[in-house]
Ligand binder design. Structure first.
Ligand SMILES: Cc1cc2nc3c(=O)[nH]c(=O)nc-3n(C[C@H](O)[C@H](O)[C@H](O)COP(=O)(O)OP(=O)(O)OC[C@H]3O[C@@H](n4cnc5c(N)ncnc54)[C@H](O)[C@@H]3O)c2cc1C
Length: 438
């Protein structure tokens, strides 16, 4: 595996005036030809001597100055060049980035170094050589615009590591050969906007999971978004001349490697939608055919799973499609070494309404995960548990509050109310509970 040894490509400088700015720095990292030869008769020793002399090399008399990105970008001439070395923006966490390659692939690695919260990543393709990675953090947005020396295939495969906080985007090269360097990258930053962005997403596959619940795999042209656990999107459709919109929670493409969603590629998004026959939107979404389009917003919401990363025991109470946010939580929890118990209590009306039962059974091979299905109106053949959420049931299955434990709930309003009251009676505090809407 060949690897670039050029300068670190992380640049973050004071974004001082707080104005909406999209200042840009252009760098050619990883390019050995960027080096300027020393004048004849000079060697590295001259640099070392000069550096340890008392000559003011800072150009600012040694006085610390705050430099905005806009200011820095102005000094880009041959005789007036400023360089940000380990510049710091106190507002947003540092992002470390690196790259590596094999003959056939090139991988860009991103890692948050001083924050426990995973950012949202959006990737936008321009053409075979050019693409942009937009990193959405709590306080701001960083843009990395890549111009590669050769073409790559779209979409890249991506892999998140919740322990190391890394994400890798691995592209396959159009022509398999080792590159001397990857090309150039322009870095920009902007203030985080609360505006929603909408895109057209095409249905790749729409399959029935059970009686009235469908799994939709969607794809948007030249775009992918790595959404965070427990966040949701707004789905908009024109239903009989009226625009209707509702929220849905993207789910992982699989919770067991054998059961990947049909037609899924790394740039796809998966939704699980329950059809309410008298509903304004769900009958239209669940009826979408392969190739048809629907409008989706970018990721919405504020839930941060990392706020619960000190918990070693996680209880999940879901009813119906309330299971959707839990699937991401289960995947996250199984990746975390400090989590000893994941206790999923999944409520449904009857056996026909349970979805992902087989996948859940398969991942229960990991003995940290315990899954209990509870039906309120089962057939006679049902040998599992029966009933509805109640204090007696939660006392038996969850018990009284203990330290380093948390409970997530999601389901219809009535279910959430009963669950909340029962858990409070059992001594669970609000900081230990999180209720997902939906
Ligand atoms: C943040 C968030 C995330 C969500 N994620 C998902 C998801 O991943 N999958 C999903 O299927 N839904 C999800 N929902 C619910 C979704 O937004 C819609 O409310 C649902 O699809 C019904 O929309 P509708 O227009 O078809 O029905 P509406 O026209 O809104 O309602 C019509 C009738 O449907 C019934 N109904 C609607 N919602 C419910 C409900 N939750 N429980 C019981 N009965 C109901 C009621 O009888 C209601 O009178 C989420 C909601 C929120 C707020």
């Amino acid at each position: 595996m060949s690897r670039c040894c050029g300068a670190s490509s992380t640049i973050s400088v004071m974004d001082g005036d707080g104005s909406q700015q999209s200042s840009r720095l252009h760098i050619q990292d990883g390019n050995p030809r960027n080096k300027t030869a020393l004048a004849p008769g000079h060697s590295l020793m001259d640099w070392i001597r000069l550096g340890s002399s008392n000559v003011d090399l800072t150009g600012v008399g040694g006085v610390h100055q705050v430099v905005t990105l806009t200011e820095l970008a102005k000094h880009n001439k041959r005789n007036d060049a400023w360089l940000a070395v380990r510049g710091k923006n106190p507002e947003s966490p540092k992002i470390f980035s690196d790259w590596k390659q094999t003959t056939n692939t090139i991988t860009f690695i991103y890692k948050v170094t001083d924050d426990k919260f995973f950012p949202n990543y959006q990737l936008i393709r321009e053409n075979n050589n050019e693409f942009r990675i937009k990193i959405n953090q709590i306080n701001g947005v960083i843009n990395h615009e890549y111009d590669l020396i050769d073409g790559v295939n779209w979409p890249p495969k991506w892999k998140k590591n919740y322990d190391t906080m890394e994400i890798d985007f691995c592209f396959t090269k159009l022509i398999g050969k080792i590159w001397k360097f990857y090309g150039s990258r322009t870095i920009g930053s902007q203030i985080k906007s609360t505006e929603r962005n909408y895109r057209q997403w095409q249905i790749v596959c729409n399959t029935m999971l059970c009686d009235n619940i469908n799994l939709l795999v969607l794809k948007s042209k030249d775009y992918m978004e790595i959404m965070r656990i427990g966040r949701h999107v707004e789905v908009k459709m024109n239903v009989m001349g009226t625009e209707v919109s509702r929220y849905y929670t993207p789910v992982p493409s699989s919770i067991h490697p054998d059961d990947e969603a049909p037609g899924y590629k790394p740039d796809c998004l998966c939704l699980i939608v329950k059809r309410y026959n008298d509903g304004a939107l769900s009958p239209s979404i669940t009826a979408l055919q392969q190739g048809q389009y629907v409008t989706l917003s970018n990721e919405l919401g504020t839930f941060a799973i990392e706020s619960f990363d000190q918990c070693s025991i996680i209880h999940l109470l879901s009813a119906g499609t309330g299971l959707t946010p839990m699937l991401g939580v289960i995947q996250w929890a199984l990746c975390r070494r400090n989590i000893t118990t994941i206790n999923l209590i999944n409520f449904n009306r009857n056996e026909k309404n349970i979805f992902y039962q087989q996948q859940l059974d398969k991942i229960s091979a990991d003995e940290r995960l315990n899954v209990v299905h509870i039906l309120s109106e089962p057939d006679d053949s049902w040998v599992g548990r029966r009933g509805k959420v109640s204090d007696v049931l939660l006392n038996e299955l969850i018990g009284r509050a203990i330290k380093h434990s948390c409970i997530f709930t999601c389901g219809p309003i009535a279910f959430m109310t009963v669950a909340r009251e029962a858990l409070v009676k059992l001594g669970w505090t609000t900081s230990q509970l999180h209720e997902f809407d939906g």
